[in-house]
Design a protein around this ligand. Structure first.
Ligand code: DP6
Length: 325
């Protein structure tokens, strides 16, 4: 009763920000992402009657209590779904090209959902797998699929209609996503905590909710017509709007560092000089820059010239879940 799965991480073009149900990980809004080809988690799960407790190793060392709690809670949901009480051993590795800054709960819980359900021999559709992965970390439901992926928020209170689906395969449209790693020391507020505080306290959150669906429609149109400029404009504005909701939270949340703002201005300058590049920023200081593959070398080199930029990793749309025998 053992299985290994690999999941890539994803970057949201239209952000998931806010939950309507924290236990089930049900979002306040639908979101859309690109699964990336460079950052992934590889996870092996084994269930065995002889195990008398759960064990979780992350990057070859025993995981922290906080990490264990999240993972074991998720495993309890899988066990409940499968009707088993067997304990498990979990070995998980975040394979990222650099030591810090890119570890992701999206690839982590997507790989864990896939490996644990396969180890228990549950024959799940991708839709069912996405629904389960969502309950470990919301963004994980999108990493089940490759390419361009939409997570429909759903309406049901049990979450049965809240899952992701692929809208365009990774081969169908190649765009470049440059992951910009900045020098940073600061301890960050987790996405989970950041979105909770924003929903509960930010007067700007209703503004987010009343416009995000329109942004989503616009991005889907841009993807449909492979209109990169149209895509970039709405992606950048959606990310800025998410961060604006956090600035209004109490206490306010600011994920940006000075290097983050340098990258923002740099991208604006690139556009003024005729290169179509756009940025998006998640719940942290690092920036992802979107551009067309023909411009990627130029954008890459120009980003590396900025003082606070430590590393830039060029990504492209990547594949969904894979199982290793
Ligand atoms: C800003 O999926 O990490 O990256 O569901 O609480 O685990 P939890 O949050 P998580 O939040 C991701 C937030 C985001 C936007 C996005 O990926 O859509």
């Amino acid at each position: 009763m053992k299985a290994t799965a690999v999941a890539n991480t994803n970057i949201a073009l239209i952000k998931y920000w806010g939950k309507r149900d924290e236990t089930l990980f049900l979002p306040m809004n639908s979101s859309l992402s690109i699964t990336l080809d460079r950052f992934f988690t590889l996870t092996t799960v084994e269930f065995n009657e002889s195990f008398n407790k759960d064990i979780f190793f992350l990057n070859n060392i025993p995981a922290s209590e906080k990490e264990e709690n999240k993972v074991f809670n998720f495993l309890n949901k899988v066990r409940q779904f499968a009707g088993t009480s067997l304990y498990a051993r979990i070995y998980s590795e975040n394979r990222v090209p650099t030591a810090a800054g890119f570890a992701s709960s999206a690839s982590g819980f997507a790989a864990l959902a896939a490996a644990s359900t396969r180890a228990l021999d549950l024959q799940l559709s991708e839709k069912e797998l996405s629904t389960i992965a969502r309950q470990g970390s919301g963004s994980a439901c999108r990493s089940i699929y490759g390419g361009f992926v939409e997570w429909q928020m759903g309406m049901q209170i049990d979450g049965s209609d809240s899952f992701a689906k692929q809208i365009l395969s990774e081969e169908a449209w190649d765009i470049s996503v440059l992951s910009v790693l900045l020098a940073t020391e600061q301890k960050k507020v987790s996405s989970t905590e950041g979105m909770k505080r924003t929903v509960e306290t930010s007067p700007f959150y209703p503004g987010w909710l009343s416009t995000v669906e329109k942004d989503l429609i616009e991005v889907k149109e841009a993807i449909r017509y492979r209109d990169f400029e149209r895509l970039g404009i709405v992606v950048e504005s959606n990310s800025m709007k998410m961060h604006a909701t956090m600035l209004g939270a109490n206490p306010p949340i600011l994920y940006w560092q000075s290097g983050t703002i340098d990258v923002i201005h740099h991208i604006h300058k690139l556009r003024l000089s005729g290169t179509y590049a756009y940025f998006t920023i998640d719940a942290g200081p690092n920036v992802k820059v979107l551009c067309l593959p023909k411009d990627e070398k130029k954008v890459y080199e120009s980003l590396l010239s900025l003082a606070d930029v430590q590393e830039v990793i060029i990504c492209h749309p990547g594949s969904g879940i894979k199982y290793l025998e």
